[in-house]
Design a protein around this ligand. Sequence first.
Ligand code: IMP
Ligand code: MG
Length: 183
Amino acid sequence: MDLDKVAGDITKVLVTPEQIQSKIKELAAQLDAHYADKGVLLVGVLKGAVMVMADLSRAMQIPVQMDWMAVSSYGHGTQSSGVVRILKDLDADLIGRHVLIVEDIIDSGLTLSWLISNLEARGAASVEIVALLRKPEAAKVDVNVRWIGFDIPNEFVVGYGLDYAENYRTLPGVAVLDPKTYS
Ligand code: IMP
Ligand code: MG
């Protein structure tokens, strides 16, 4: 669905589809260079990372494998608690593998910091992160995100995988949701 179809629900487009696609190509080239000699298992966290995973994996020119996890963080409301439950685990064995977690957005970073320790404990040779978006809060947590697409302000955004109540995931760009849409 094109962004103009939801013009009444959003206040502004933060990252255009063109900016995303050009950044994806740039990141893919860096990842190709980094993993050329060792291979890489891309791990996507459902469901937000679906779009980044689909575009990034296809922009990469080295062979990659892909696997998925679904997690849910315990806690109330919109605050992430850092306590995580695995809803769907990986199929792959991680022993000796170079793992790259592919994420849509890093906000508090709590889920991610749990995920890194969890995957490292399974014997991965390395665990790195690529995220399309990062909010300012993420800077406060000690999570080393090696590849970042865009730093964005602390606003609630939708599109390119990100949802509000399961809507707007298929928008090709990232936009700020008008507060009137959820009040
Ligand atoms: P955290 O980094 O553990 O706080 O969790 C990040 C997760 O919260 C992301 O993977 C998204 O699913 C969700 N999230 C954070 N910020 C937004 C937003 O602005 N819009 C939609 N989902 C968001
Ligand atoms: Mg996510």
